[in-house]
Design a protein around this ligand. Structure first.
Ligand SMILES: Cc1ncc(COP(=O)(O)O)c(C=O)c1O
Length: 404
């Protein structure tokens, strides 16, 4: 067996199952889950139709590079969304969702013959950690800071860490924080990447769900604005899962540094991760259409506008920049325990939320003392219909009021 497998951590939902063991929620209240961040708005009919009309594609093996028409559709979307002209032959590659791509990219860019560190936000999407560990790297966790709108103080990462860093994951808009990175932050990261030679993997799968007028800045967009039009050492990963409500389609793409993508294509050819021709056809029509994305975003905006003020009356929470999560502070009555809050909420009101500490690791903070930056917070995914999310929020309000 690969000994590195034993370094993988249990997935947050496994830990949630353990937390719920022995809890009997009240049967008179229907269960509501704000736990899992899986899009639940309807998949647009035209995407399903394109899928069913392309079943003939099952008769052939797909190329890992994807069909030219798909890459053109991706490049055209990047042009519309970010105003960038990518080379469809060299700067973009289809992937089967950003999850597998995040994992595979780490295996491609990390040189295990040298000491390797991967820098990850903390809290973070757990694939970053698993990808780093299985590539033989060590992790450095950079804490999100509530004083920086949950952004990260990259300048606080020690120089000795950057010297060993081969890969940096960033997530903007962030899961679970919803924080969007600005141009200054990107500029600092590019300077650090130039100085220390690490690759930046920019996870942007929530980029189309946002609450401000201005859409979130993309990594490639930031690079271009700063005159880095070759996207040196930068790869952006994006996905249709949230944008188009197709998490089951498994479709996204990576774009950026042509040299990295060349190596990534080689890796992917051996790994066997070509996208099915059927999925390619459906993906093409999804990238070509923006109307359904605008509608989807509006659904989230309406939902967040109704739910957030209710919860903000009883706990430390506010509208995020983007994404579909509320990242809420647990009220003092629970002594800052996110797990106690989550367990009791299920036991008394049949609502599932995810303890923030399960999404983060304990690691040294600015004062050198270890702390878990997810502790004392819970993540609530507002993915269900508005009425269901509102009912959950009302129950949470009652729950908190009953304690104070
Ligand atoms: C931050 C983040 N990145 C990547 C993914 C993976 O999404 P997909 O593989 O569906 O593109 C998720 C899914 O929840 C996520 O939250």
């Amino acid at each position: 067996m690969n000994p590195l497998l034993s370094r993988l951590q249990p997935y947050p939902f496994e830990r949630l199952r353990q937390l719920h063991a022995g809890v009997t929620p009240p049967a008179k209240l229907r269960p509501i889950s704000l736990g899992i961040g899986e899009p639940r708005h309807a998949t647009p009919a035209f995407i399903k139709q394109a899928l069913s009309e392309s079943l003939g594609g099952l008769a052939s093996y797909p190329a890992t590079l994807g069909e030219p028409a798909l890459r053109e559709a991706m490049v055209a979307w990047v042009q519309r969304r970010y105003g960038l002209q990518l080379d469809a032959a060299r700067q973009v590659l289809p992937v089967n969702g950003s999850r597998e791509a995040l994992f595979a990219l780490a295996q491609t860019v990390i040189d295990p013959r040298r000491p390797a560190t991967v820098v990850s936000p903390n809290p973070f999407y757990q694939i970053y950690e698993g990808a780093a560990l299985l590539a033989g790297a060590e992790l450095h966790y950079a804490p999100s800071d509530p004083r920086l709108n949950f952004g990260i103080d990259w300048a606080a990462v020690p120089q000795a860490v950057w010297e060993r860093t081969q890969l940096l994951f960033v997530c903007s808009p962030g899961n679970p924080t919803g924080a969007v990175m600005g141009l200054d932050e990107w500029q600092l990261l590019f300077e650090l990447s130039d100085r220390y030679g690490f690759v930046i993997a920019s996870d942007e799968c929530y980029s189309e769900i946002y609450f401000r007028e201005e859409p979130p800045l993309g990594g490639l967009e930031a690079a271009a604005k700063l005159g880095r039009s070759d996207f040196k050492r930068l790869v952006a990963l994006t996905s249709l899962s949230k944008r188009s409500n197709v998490p089951g389609l498994r479709s996204g793409f990576v774009a950026g540094d042509a040299d990295i993508l060349k190596a990534f294509l080689l890796y992917r050819t051996y790994h066997g991760s070509a996208m099915s021709p059927v999925v390619q056809a459906a993906s093409r029509v999804a990238w070509d259409d923006e109307d359904h994305v605008v509608e989807n975003r509006q659904l989230y905006r309406d939902k967040f506008a109704q739910v957030t003020p209710l919860l903000a009356g009883v706990m430390d929470v506010r509208l995020p920049d983007a994404g579909f999560y509320l990242w809420a502070g647990v009220p003092d009555a629970f002594d800052g325990s996110d797990t106690a809050f989550a367990r009791e909420l299920l036991a008394q009101y049949n609502v599932v939320v995810l303890p923030g500490s399960y999404l983060a690791r304990e690691a040294p903070g600015p004062d050198g003392q270890p702390f878990n930056p997810g502790a004392g917070r819970v993540r609530m995914a507002l993915v269900a219909e508005t009425a269901e999310c509102l009912e959950a929020a009302q129950r949470i309000v009652q729950f908190i009021q009953s304690k104070t």
